[in-house]
Design a protein around this ligand. Sequence first.
Ligand code: ADP
Ligand code: MG
Length: 939
Amino acid sequence: MTPSIPSNSNPDQARPWHTLEVEKTLELLSSDAESGLTTVEAQERLQQYGPNELQETAGRSSWEILLDQFKNIMLLMLILVALISGILDLVDLRSGKLAAGEIPFKDTIAILLIVVLNGILGYLQESRAEKALAALKKLSSPKVRIIRDGRQVEVEGKTLVPGDIMLVEAGVQISADGRLIEEANLQIRESALTGEAQAVNKQASVHLSDETSLGDRINLVFQGTEVVQGRGKVIVTGTGMKTELGKIADMLQSVESEDTPLQQRMTQLGNVLVSGSLVLVAIVIVGGMIQSRFSSGRWDWGVLQDLVEVSLSMAVAVVPEGLPAVITVTLALGTQRMVRRHALIRKLPAVETLGSVTTICSDKTGTLTQNKMVVQRVETGSQSFRVAGEGYIPTGEFYLGDQQVAVEQYPDLQTLMLGCVLCNDAMLQHEKDQWTILGDPTEGALIVLAGKGGVDKEPVLRQMPRVREFPFSSERKRMSVICRAGDKGQANSQSPYLMFTKGSPELILERCTHIQMGDKKEPLRDEQRTQILEQNNQMASVGLRVLGFSYKPMDNVPPEGSEETEEQKLVWLGLVGMLDAPRPEVRDAVAKCKQAGIRAMMITGDHQLTAQAIAQDLGIAQVGDRVLTGQQLQKFSPEELDQQVDDVNIYARVAPEHKLRIVQSLQRRGRFVAMTGDGVNDAPALKQADIGIAMGITGTDVSKEASDMVLLDDNFATIVAATEEGRTVYSNIRRFIKYILGSNIGEVLTIAAAPLLGLGGVPLSPLQILWMNLVTDGLPALALAVEPAEPDVMRRPPMNPRESIFARGLGSYMIRIGIIFAIISIALMVVAYRYFPDDWKTMVFTTLCLAQMGHALAVRSNTRLTIELNPFSNPYLLWAVTLTTALQLLLLYVPFLQDFFGTTPLTLQELGICLGFSSLMFVWVELEKLFIRWYKSRQ
Ligand code: ADP
Ligand code: MG
């Protein structure tokens, strides 16, 4: 049935790998299942086949991104303004009214230029943002465990080559196509490839017919699919674009560029502004015409032209041309600051929504604690041992009381040590004088323990190879391995096989009928059970993580999936208590949360007493606070859970599905939840949470895929830091929106006032307005976007995620400031029109610009006066204000710029008057702060 194989073994030809047997596959790819490729071979093959990367064809094309820029209603309105302004110039040209020296179509060209520039800027920013996000995602891209030069190593997925021997386990996203060499309980979700959500049971031992469809090739694994359960050893058959996924790479989900809630709201705001300005334009034109009709007694078309020009200026003035750019830059800077604090943002909306978090649900192990486990105590049926030794160094001593003892004297302890190394998927490595752990730290600690007792993993494993396993999962909270009994007749067993089971002590003990005492196996008595549970509680209540151990002799190898029947009638071996110290920085982070009105909660699979001890130590809970266990939670209806969820901060012995229920319940209570997770089964809870947080170090690929943010250091304190950044970003965005839109309202009112007050002509040309909105508003706004966090950001309650950006006084501030702005500049306009008729327009222009500088300086803080702030804490703002003022002066005094912008050089006296009026703006904002202070102090 095996189809003929072409004699030249060139594996990049797509072969029917599923039809081949393992040996044939290894031979064709000239690799070895035990020792893998050598580094040299791997390098050669990397040259030959290229890196294991998908060429990303997906995503929006550059053209699409560019076109998207012009779908913006504000830009469309500007284009319209440009056209009308062009037509007016044409009319002027014909009637010869265009003033000498004035450049025709200047405004049209300038506006169109701005539109194009805006489009290009938006394009650059968006494509950069997409690239940056893609790069960030690559940062969290999976590492792969493979065998090279006969050793297990972790490498970057992109260095994989055909022939590599790859090890996969639950939680991994597979990095290349391959043929299974061996597998245990391997289940893989292939929905990325086949669309089928149900996980597929994989089988190494079969070979299939040529026609077998992709979804049924159970002896192959495919790139991009997710291991849900079990383990497997795979020989890589295809990499890069030669994989099944590569073949359909066009269909790959692209890097989504989601608009953040804020960006969406800004689009809405644009619509409101544009329609608002159209209404205003109509009022001005109709009002102006009626007024001229009454005063002159006839319809005057010259007046209409003036009014249209005023309207064009108003339309340009109302649009915050600089705003979208400033928002994008702020969000981008936010992600950068967060990554510097070890929080990697995967979805842009998280940057601003992080500031709304009210509740952080955190794992215990690794996030609140250091995940550097060290075994301190071992309790066998007969003895209590204390273990000494440092870190991961596998040498140390066992003590009984003060007496140092040798492990060999205690057969039950020795069997337990065997269980430690056999029932274990981790590896202890020694490199450059450093002992490190590859795999689960809990299991690493057990290898170190065995090492201290003189039991080495490698030789034991050779004597007693594993023949079957029932893997660990957070639901089962235990795992078993079945091995050959070896020639020593371990644990006094005459049987050919031994099963070792370790896990949550209560669960293991429940399944035990006997207990190992010294070298004898005895029936387990009730008082012994009670005593063991007592010891367990005692260790847990000082914060130790406790595992129970057992074994069972077996006559034959049980079939796969028979764990429920096999993990019964076990022989109890003992308890192992390990210390996992809390991270020192977490205590402060928890305190910071409290001040910030954020609730910290612990959700763990560990024992309730361990959870409680650590939670109390960190300040997450007080002595006497309640703990809910998964078992209790299971029985609650959603309503019952809703009643409890606000009072309980510790959830112990939970399974991932409970996490989902807890998030949902918190959300029903109106909380805004950040939730951490590391396992495959945490993915639904991470997706459900408002901010799903994955672990950068210990997290599975699947959990990272489902998350909004990845903690590069797995640290709870990093969540709090990111929250702080999120709050700063949000308050800065509010700050410059206040600043920019307040000024726009002021401009519009001033322009509209001119014809209504009977002043002849348009005070500001569209070009001058564009200059203000982009340069004199834009530069200071960018500087306000990097304003350092106010000292009280983490001392006020979280903001309501559903609140409008204009909430908490921002909308009324904008309107109030807009009106003040208008009053100041209208007053100046009237004075200037009267006393300086030649320069009055330039004076209005200059006053508006300078007043905005004062506004920028004052708006830095809502509560503190500008003189109370350190002026150098935001040097960018000082630069921006200086630079903008200098530019404005250039506009007034450089002849070429005068012509272009239609300005006139002001005398010193005129300039002084402008400065005087504009400083009123600054004074007003400061007085407001004083007034609010006085008002608050009276309450
Ligand atoms: P957490 O990460 O919150 O501590 P886990 O789901 O990882 O919770 O573990 C839950 C429980 O499962 C642990 O308290 C322990 O009893 C048991 N356990 C953890 N790791 C292993 C393992 N590798 N093998 C067997 N049992 C384990
Ligand atoms: Mg864990």
